[in-house]
Design a protein around this ligand. Structure first.
Ligand code: NAD
Ligand code: AHE
Ligand code: ZN
Length: 369
């Protein structure tokens, strides 16, 4: 079938709206009509050329919501008409990783996903006979996409696509990092670096679980008001701090953060996020994604003296199990998504969405088809 897609032909170039050929779902796959897709910083990261796994040409996008229109042979958990959220972290419930219950990183299709193809090793997308890569197994910047059944979360019928698409990455990542990865407890002091689409969800989850101080750190002062609305109690602009940021934050939190979260993707800030943690027990969670060749460093003494460095992918969430629950939380008014979606635009304007992100003028832009 012919579909409308924003194609990334090469690193650092704007996306191009094209008519692309999409072949139907094979056994174990489903065809989904994508109704809306958020734009996450990770899409910009891959488009920039910094992603070691970045492949071109590709159809990016991993924060979508839509409707199943066709299922391939053997698909049992989904049917045409089901509302769904594509999962870049699938949940097969059979692999060693899923069965361990120690991680959400299902590895059933990770290899082919990283190579930009479906589990059978081929792509469903092409343009004039030229193969186009899938991205993160989801490729939601197209009005139709094909997904493995295990990479699809079925959600309730009344959930609005333009809002719940954000649960496909940013909301779940931020909230899950607090609840699943760090397991922040009531009364904890939390420091959040980066008040964008991820950091603000970390803040709303920290408030939900009853954190005491919620310190937000960002170089863009325009993020302050919304962060306060979501629960931030103290704002720190590193550019206005005299001297080193780390001792400033340790002082502010009276000994250091119980939990810190890096939501930027900057390895220097990851170090600050670890080192502002409380001696003896502070836990720092890396969420930000850093480019090829970047490495983190600290004095081992920081760890010897009890600080813990952790990472979190998709908020530690098991997608098919947890995503429908987070959709319910939104529908019940337990979490705020509406205020974080600052821009909605047709797919034709997708390059404007990237520009708004780079200028720091959006939290989440959502494209519709
Ligand atoms: P975003 O662009 O919306 O937000 C980034 C924020 O960081 C902005 O508010 C910006 O002003 C701030 N910032 C930039 N440099 C800073 C600095 N030096 N000091 C303080 N603040 C600074 O991005 P996002 O969509 O929220 O994504 C954040 C990061 O999380 C990205 O690296 C993204 O790739 C990553 N991410 C990871 C996962 C995961 O599963 N681990 C999921 C989604 C996103
Ligand atoms: N491909 C990159 C890493 C990108 C990355 O870390 N992705 C996160 C999700 S970011 C969503 O916005 C993730 O889930 N990682 C786990 C995984 O298996 O990819 C690289 O450095 O190679
Ligand atoms: Zn993302």
């Amino acid at each position: 079938m012919q579909v409308k897609a924003a194609v990334a032909y090469s690193a650092g170039k704007p996306l191009t709206i094209e008519t692309v050929q999409l072949s139907g779902p094979q056994a174990g796959e489903v065809l989904v009509e994508v109704k809306a897709s958020g734009i996450c910083h990770t899409d910009a990261f891959t488009l920039s050329g910094d992603d070691p796994e970045g492949l071109f040409p590709a159809i990016l996008g991993h924060e979508g919501a839509g409707v199943v229109v066709e299922v391939g042979a053997g698909v049992t958990s989904l049917k045409p008409g089901d509302r769904v959220i594509p999962l870049y972290t699938p949940e097969c419930r059979q692999c060693e990783y899923c069965l361990s219950f120690k991680t959400n990183l299902c590895q059933a299709i990770r290899l082919t996903q990283g190579r930009g193809v479906m589990p059978d090793g081929t792509s469903r997308f092409s343009i004039d006979g030229q193969m186009i890569h899938h991205y993160m197994g989801t490729s939601t910047f197209a009005n139709y996409t094909v997904l493995p059944e295990i990479a699809v979360a079925k959600i309730r019928e009344d959930a609005p696509f333009e809002k719940v698409c954000y649960i496909g990455c940013g909301v779940t990542t931020g909230i899950g990092a607090v609840i699943n990865t760090a397991k922040v407890e009531p009364g904890a002091n939390v420091v959040v670096f980066g008040l964008g689409g991820i950091g603000l969800n970390v803040i709303q989850a920290a408030r939900m679980v009853g954190a005491n101080m919620i310190v937000g750190v960002d170089i863009n002062p325009s993020k302050r008001a919304l962060a306060e609305k979501f629960g931030m109690t103290h704002f720190v602009n590193p550019q206005e701090v005299e001297g080193d940021l780390v001792p400033y934050l340790v002082d502010l939190t009276k000994g250091g953060a119980d939990y810190s979260f890096e939501c930027i993707g900057n390895v220097k800030i990851m170090r600050q996020a670890l080192e502002c943690c409380h001696k003896g027990w502070g836990v720092s969670v890396i969420i930000g994604v850093a480019g090829a060749g970047q490495e983190i460093s600290t004095r081992p003494f920081q760890l010897v003296t009890g600080r813990v460095w952790k990472g979190s992918a998709f908020g530690g969430a098991r997608g098919r199990t947890d995503v429908p629950k987070i959709v319910d939380w939104y529908m019940q008014g337990k979490i705020n998504i509406d205020d974080l979606i600052t821009h909605v635009m047709p797919i034709e304007q997708i390059n404007d969405a990237f520009e708004l992100m780079h200028k720091g003028e959006s939290i989440r832009s959502v494209v519709t088809f």
